[in-house]
Design a protein around this ligand. Structure first.
Ligand code: HEC
Length: 134
């Protein structure tokens, strides 16, 4: 692999990586995402679509109900068992409830993205570049 390509690849993988200590674990994680990683990926896709729909003035009525189960998803490094993680889940799920109730959906969408950012400044800063586009 030439140098340019491997630099690009490192940057791309870096977007999703949470820790950079162990290359092997990281590679394994890419192919066998934890329950939590898988849900995070679904959350990224759903949030992107939701942002787009809200910008067109549409009403959101498809909040994936499995996202409410965020606290119980097994994480790669057992982050889901930590008090800090559990403490930050409600700010996300409460924002989802606001969208579900069809209050001000833009307001609660923005709150949901703030919840992503809060947790990710503590847990894993890699995805912040993705989150900042939501
Ligand atoms: C309560 C904490 C918390 C919240 C809220 C949260 N995350 Fe995460 N996120 C994590 C943790 C911890 C991981 C690492 C998961 C693992 O490696 O098993 C992660 C992983 C990710 C990943 C990497 C997934 C992968 O491919 O491995 C992305 C992308 C991500 N989150 C985006 C988001 C977005 C977007 C939101 C909001 C819609 C969000 N996160 C909300 C804690 C959180």
């Amino acid at each position: 692999m030439n140098l340019k390509l491997s630099i690009i690849l490192t940057l791309v993988l870096g977007i999703f990586a949470c820790t950079k200590q162990n290359q092997n674990t990281e590679t394994a994680d890419m192919y066998h995402p934890s329950e939590l990683s898988q849900m995070m990926r679904d959350m990224v896709l759903w949030s992107k679509e939701t942002k787009n729909l809200l910008s067109k003035g549409e009403v959101i009525d498809d909040v994936p109900q499995n996202f409410y189960d965020l606290a119980n998803q097994k994480a790669t490094r057992d982050e889901h068992l930590e008090a800090a993680f559990q403490g930050m889940v409600p700010s996300y799920t409460n924002a989802l409830k606001g969208i579900d109730r069809k209050d001000s959906q833009q307001y609660y969408y923005d709150a949901s993205i703030r919840a992503c950012k809060n947790c990710h400044t503590v847990y894993c800063e890699g995805p912040l570049s993705v989150i900042n586009q939501l």
